[in-house]
Design a protein around this ligand. Structure first.
Ligand SMILES: Cc1cc2nc3c(=O)[nH]c(=O)nc-3n(C[C@H](O)[C@H](O)[C@H](O)COP(=O)(O)OP(=O)(O)OC[C@H]3O[C@@H](n4cnc5c(N)ncnc54)[C@H](O)[C@@H]3O)c2cc1C
Length: 449
């Protein structure tokens, strides 16, 4: 017997979680399920919600951060996912995110991109940013001390400060590298730093006699290095369960504003965003099944008689059920509507071998050149065709086949499984996942009402 739901979302990254939440909001009594396999890119990404940071197709020396992403969206090509869903839907999706994120995120007060300093000392144009980064914005002219730690070599604070100054930041930036009280190993996970601060564990530090709480110990380590700076930036390790309390304690002890600099993977702001979304899924009553892949599907034959069917349904097959592999057992899952949110080449929603590029579950059409040497260009900084691989949908986000018709009447796609955009170059990853997840989930919810 199949497990039956109204909407089945496949993939538990930002796109899938948003789709499931949007479907739950659209329908009151519908059963929504999210099935997901491995960790999504949420844990690796910075936690920033980039809508559009750079115009696609600009070369490196032309690149200027986009100030107002909404105006820039209008000039994107027709096939770009933002154009497919429409600019109003992008706004609606961001508003939907703001409701879910509450006071954990900032940036909703303006259409303009904020400039958030990154661990490399560049600034990232982004639409929404964790509130922990808010005091660090590069548009703010307060002088800044960046603090790195010997055991966290990914953040070289003096170098990042030098890069910020060289890039013309409107403030003086200085960096110091210190030892983190209570941590001597350089393989400690970011969650270990966060845990120490969350629980204010007792640690020893040369700056204080005897043991003291980790928050006070950290402030005592930093204090002698603080000159006139009125804000202090740390790598994003300042608490997982209680980040606001950790920042407040440090800020009080230092007499300066405190902010986090987003780091590379694994990313604490990404983990916090994941927690926030999964808490929201639980509150919305979405059933979540994790650690299992969807491996196959069956269709219902298209109704050739046309009786009781729309014109669309007479020509387009519908998915009847999908097969989930649970430790070798093949479990059928049946739903009225399906959302495919399995990610791109990174999430393994899109895969390639030497011959072709495929979408892994439904074998939806992924446009690509027949000669694999045309999948990339030699210039590593050039526009790489493989970065745009993915399924191409209609305005309802239904993946289109080679004949330009929807492949299935009840399947929509969202997030990085979509093609025709290069999230890394344009800085649009989370924005596209949000906008398309929101639209796919809303349409799926409406269709099963
Ligand atoms: C290192 C890194 C840093 C980034 N930094 C930023 C940033 O700073 N700002 C920004 O806006 N964007 C950033 N992005 C991009 C952004 O994270 C992604 O574009 C976006 O979140 C993709 O979300 P998604 O839900 O479409 O896919 P994913 O996050 O890839 O999630 C797909 C999920 O589907 C699951 N799945 C796959 N196949 C199956 C199957 N058969 N059955 C069940 N489940 C399956 C996967 O296991 C995974 O959990 C970054 C990406 C990376 C990799």
């Amino acid at each position: 017997m199949a497990i039956t739901d109204d909407v089945l979302v496949i993939g538990g990254g930002l796109a899938g979680a948003t789709a499931a939440l949007a479907a739950a909001e659209t329908t009151e009594d519908a059963r929504i399920r999210l099935v997901t396999y491995k960790q999504s890119t949420l844990r690796h990404a910075s936690g920033l919600i980039d809508v559009l940071g750079y115009a696609p197709g600009t070369t490196d020396d032309q690149q200027q951060p986009i100030a107002d992403p909404y105006t820039a969206l209008e000039s994107l090509p027709e096939s770009h996912p933002y154009q497919r869903v429409g600019i109003d839907a992008v706004r609606d999706a961001l508003a939907f995110f703001d409701e879910i994120a509450g006071d954990a995120y900032a940036g909703a007060h303006t259409d303009r991109n904020a400039l958030v300093p990154t661990h490399g000392g560049t600034v990232k144009p982004t639409a929404r940013y964790p509130v922990s980064t808010a005091e660090g914005l590069a548009s703010d002219d307060r002088d800044t001390l960046l603090v790195g730690f010997e055991t966290l070599p990914d953040f070289d604070a003096p170098l990042a400060a030098a890069h910020l100054e060289a890039a013309g930041a409107p403030f003086d930036a200085r960096g110091v590298t210190l030892s983190f009280p209570g941590i001597g190993r350089d393989d400690a996970k970011v969650t270990r730093y966060a845990h120490l601060l969350d629980h204010d564990e007792r640690v020893e530090t040369p700056s204080v006699t005897g043991e003291t709480g980790a928050r006070e110990a950290l402030a005592a380590t930093v204090n002698p290095h603080l000159d006139e700076e009125s804000r202090v930036g740390f790598p994003a390790i300042l608490g997982d369960a209680h980040p606001a309390a950790v920042r407040e304690a440090l800020s009080d002890a230092l007499g300066a504003a405190v902010f986090e600099v987003p780091m590379g993977p694994p990313s604490l702001p990404g983990l916090r965003l994941e927690d926030l979304l999964y808490d929201a899924l639980e509150s919305a009553g979405v059933r979540v099944t994790s650690g299992v892949p969807v491996v196959d599907y069956e269709t219902v034959a298209a109704d050739s008689t046309g009786e009781n069917s729309t014109a669309d349904e007479t020509t387009t097959a519908a998915i009847d059920h999908v097969i989930v592999d649970r430790n070798g057992a093949q479990i059928p899952h049946e739903a009225d509507q399906y959302v495919l949110a399995t990610g791109g080449l990174v999430g393994k929603g899109v895969e390639s071998n030497r011959e072709r590029v495929t979408e892994g579950i439904f074998d939806c059409y992924v446009p690509h050149a027949t000669d694999r040497y045309d999948w990339f260009v030699d210039d590593v900084f050039g526009e790489q065709p493989y970065a745009r691989f993915g399924v191409v949908p209609d305005e309802e986000l239904r993946p289109l086949g080679t004949d330009d018709n929807p492949e299935f009447s009840n399947l929509r796609a969202a997030g990085a499984v979509l093609g025709d955009y290069d999230y890394a170059a344009e800085k649009s990853g989370a924005g596209v996942s949000l906008a398309t997840g929101y639209v796919a989930g809303t349409r799926a919810g409406e269709a099963c009402q």
